[in-house]
Write a protein that binds this ligand. Structure first.
Ligand code: ZN
Ligand code: ZN
Length: 362
């Protein structure tokens, strides 16, 4: 079904073949999870090219797709096969193909008629057709993402009884990641962010040897991969009693976050959701400290479309899973962010990460 839809999208983009090499796209279309694979869609046919390490795995995972175990690089074998099958115009995703990758594709067609075709531009950049399909999740994907999000929430709740002043950020990250693996995670969606005290003013503060303060914020931003799908959430807690101003800033960020969640609905633009968060912070003159976009799509990859940023015209559709994550970062002082995963439903936005967002003092 997905392969048929991708082939139809390729056809409307004006090509008669499609070469898919971005591994999350390969996985999405045929189920193969190996680290080397090239999927070719030509007419009604789909062929997966991989290497001898994956003979058994490819056949088991890519059910319904013909598997070719190549003795040369998978992409070279795929291009040679297409040339032999007389594909005239082969689409590829320029956003996920390197210059070197394109050169390899062209070199694969070195001889005879196929070399002439390569010169005439057999390879056509068609934009991220599969990535676009992946933005809207089907029921099975949503079920997996719910599970991943739920594991994330459980991990966060476990951290609340563990966090204390004097632990290093690295210890916190290690403990969280260990618990994630025990909970069944295949890995983390990205390097766990633990940013404490003055480091909380770094939007992407990777866990360091810095110690959690007696008084100050700790931001935890993390995600697990479950069944291939990523979760992503952020909570900021406060160690000890709040200092002047901290609670007000926290509540402004929370208000901005909830306003953006409330703005989520099919037919609304990504820019409108961003503005819902940004306008709350603007009203209290904190918008200049909100230095990134409001959110992003999430799925097989931690960052996917749509991008929820100022003036983005892309319209949200039912089945998209996005993050809503405004933050405020005051250099040299403190910062905080609150992030949920949100499913776009017919009725609006459904939060998949319902862990408490009220002020927490530990
Ligand atoms: Zn995050
Ligand atoms: Zn995120």
């Amino acid at each position: 079904m997905r392969k048929r839809r991708a082939a139809a999208a390729a056809k409307s983009a004006g090509v008669d073949g499609m070469l898919v090499t971005h591994l999350p796209d390969v996985r999405y279309l045929c189920g193969f999870t190996g680290s080397n694979g090239a999927l070719v869609l030509v007419g009604g046919r789909a062929m997966l090219f991989t290497d001898g390490r994956y003979t058994g795995q490819a056949k088991a995972e890519a059910v319904g797709t013909k598997v070719v175990i190549a003795t040369k690089p998978a992409v070279v074998a795929a291009c040679e096969w297409m040339a032999a099958a007389s594909v005239r115009r082969c689409g590829f995703d320029a956003a996920n193909t390197t210059v070197a990758g394109l050169e390899t594709m062209r070199k694969a067609l070195r001889s005879g008629a196929s070399a002439a075709r390569a010169r005439r531009g057999m390879f056509v950049a068609v934009g991220p057709l599969v990535a676009r399909m992946r933005e809207v999740k089907d029921a099975e994907e949503i079920a997996r993402m719910r599970k991943a999000a739920r594991v994330g929430c459980e991990l966060f709740e476990g951290m609340l009884t563990y966090l204390e002043a004097g632990l290093t950020e690295a210890q916190v990250a290690a403990t969280l990641e260990y618990a994630a693996r025990l909970a069944g995670a295949e890995g983390m969606s990205f390097d766990t962010i633990v940013a404490s005290g003055v480091r909380s003013a770094l939007p992407h503060g990777r866990a360091t040897g810095a110690k959690l303060p007696k008084r100050g914020f700790v931001t935890l931003d993390f995600g697990v991969i479950l069944d291939g799908y990523c979760s992503d959430m952020t909570r900021t807690v406060h160690m000890g009693k709040a200092m002047p101003g901290e609670r007000d800033v926290y509540h402004s960020v929370l208000e901005a976050q909830e306003a953006a969640v409330a703005a989520v609905a099919p037919g609304v633009t990504a820019g409108e959701v961003d503005e819902a968060a940004r306008s709350v912070l603007r009203r209290v003159k904190l918008d200049k400290y909100f230095s990134h976009s409001t959110g992003h799509g999430v799925g097989l990859e931690i960052h996917e479309g749509p991008r929820l940023a100022a003036k983005q015209k892309q319209v949200l559709e039912q089945g998209m899973v996005i993050t809503i994550e405004p933050g405020v970062y005051m250099p040299g002082r403190f910062g905080l962010r609150i992030e949920d995963m949100v499913l776009v439903t017919a009725k609006g936005g459904e939060v998949l990460t319902p862990s408490v967002k009220a002020w927490i003092e530990l």
